[in-house]
Design a binder for this molecule. Structure first.
Ligand SMILES: Nc1nc2c(c(=O)[nH]1)N[C@H]1C(S)=C(S)[C@@H](COP(=O)(O)O)O[C@H]1N2
Ligand SMILES: [Mo]
Length: 347
């Protein structure tokens, strides 16, 4: 297990998000002026300090540790740089990069918020393959490159609301889950999609503990219509760069209208089922964590009221406290999925 000292990014003045912001502004200006650019192509390099401004030396270790494979860089070169409005975008302040990558839940690497950052840096995700199984026309095991090949990457800015009452605003890179599902062709029997995280106690210290609360591997699932909703996203990066290990490298789910625990990290298996699949937190404590886990300010967790949240980071000047919105503010896009359902019962 690799133990790292406190992140030196905390003292950095040139943060990845300031580079990101400047770059976005540049992209916006370039688009207005009609200047052809390579999309966000140059951004990973810029974020890594390739411009020689000294940023590389100050960049967080997780962004420096390994250059992505060439095909991966090509993928990122194709990111759709168009400004997006509405559904897939929010104007709220982004959570600073350092908070996004140092304050995490990823129990495979420990239960403290700083554990994933501390313990996941040497997490080896190359090679990586994903199994597609169950009620599907094209089952099989795909290596990550083939898995991603047909998909155009795009950027989305989503709110992420944890059941523990903290929230963030994160710019993700990825592609719609619906596109993958259409490609693998579920049969008419497929009513749910289930996901599993890597099981690898050698790499994941949290899976070695005898007193671990979760029965590994971590599992999650969605009803098919939820999975097909345009908001459901498979993310392979954030802040314009590839996914840091502590955030679920190389590929994870992001379901912005549900509590964060539905957004399963480091996925190795996707299977299509006729019946509702077992999910990790629900297996652990069904009275606290339901299968649906929709963000709902009116339905409280036994230990956490859910009508308020803290938008991170807290600062000397702001408590970050704010009201939680129904479906985390995505009701227009998803409320119809739950028409007629008693959400206090199906929490
Ligand atoms: N495999 C796995 N996925 C996981 C978790 C986990 O412990 N293991 N934690 C979940 C929880 S509770 C939250 S809030 C989000 C946090 O994502 P982030 O660390 O990228 O903010 O990841 C979710 N996905
Ligand atoms: Mo969470």
């Amino acid at each position: 297990m690799l133990i790292k000292s406190a992140p030196d990014i905390l003292s950095s003045e040139i943060t990845p998000e300031s580079v990101y912001r400047n770059r976005r502004q540049f992209m916006a200006d370039a688009l207005k002026l009609g200047i052809a650019t390579g999309g966000l192509a140059a951004m990973p390099g810029a974020a890594l300090g390739a411009s020689g401004d000294g940023l590389r030396a100050r960049a967080p270790a997780d962004m420096e540790r390994s250059a992505p494979a060439a095909w991966w860089q090509d993928k990122f070169a194709g990111i759709d740089a168009a400004e997006r409005g509405g559904n897939f975008w929010t104007d709220e302040d982004l959570t600073p990069y350092r908070d996004v990558v140092t304050y995490n839940n990823f129990y495979e690497f420990g239960t403290d918020k700083s554990d994933p950052y501390q313990n996941a840096q040497s997490f080896d995700v190359d090679p990586w393959s994903i199994e597609i199984a169950g009620e599907v026309d094209n089952p099989g095991t795909y290596d990550l490159e083939d898995f991603m090949k047909p998909h155009q990457l795009e950027e989305r800015i989503y709110r992420l609301r944890c059941v523990e009452r903290w929230s963030m605003v994160i710019p993700w890179i990825g592609f719609p889950l619906a596109d993958l599902i259409k490609r693998v062709g579920p049969t008419s029997k497929a009513k749910y999609v289930a996901f599993e995280t890597l099981l690898d106690p050698d790499q994941m210290p949290g899976q070695r503990g005898r007193f671990s609360v979760i029965e590994w591997p971590y599992r999650e699932g969605l009803r098919m219509d939820e999975a097909m909703n345009p908001l459901s996203f498979l993310a392979v990066g954030l802040y314009g760069n590839y996914m840091p290990p502590q955030n679920g490298a190389p590929i994870r789910l992001v379901i912005p209208w549900k509590y964060g625990f539905k957004s399963i990290k480091s996925i190795v298996r996707i299977h299509f089922t006729e019946t509702e699949p077992a999910t990790s937190w629900n297996m652990l404590q069904p009275s606290e964590y339901g299968f649906y886990a929709n963000v709902n300010p009116e339905v409280h967790h036994p230990r956490w009221r859910q009508d308020m949240e803290t938008r991170l980071p807290r600062t000397l000047f702001s408590s970050g406290r704010m009201e939680t919105q129904m479906f985390n503010g995505y009701a227009d896009q998803v409320a119809h999925l739950y028409q007629g359902m008693d959400l206090a019962r199906y929490y």
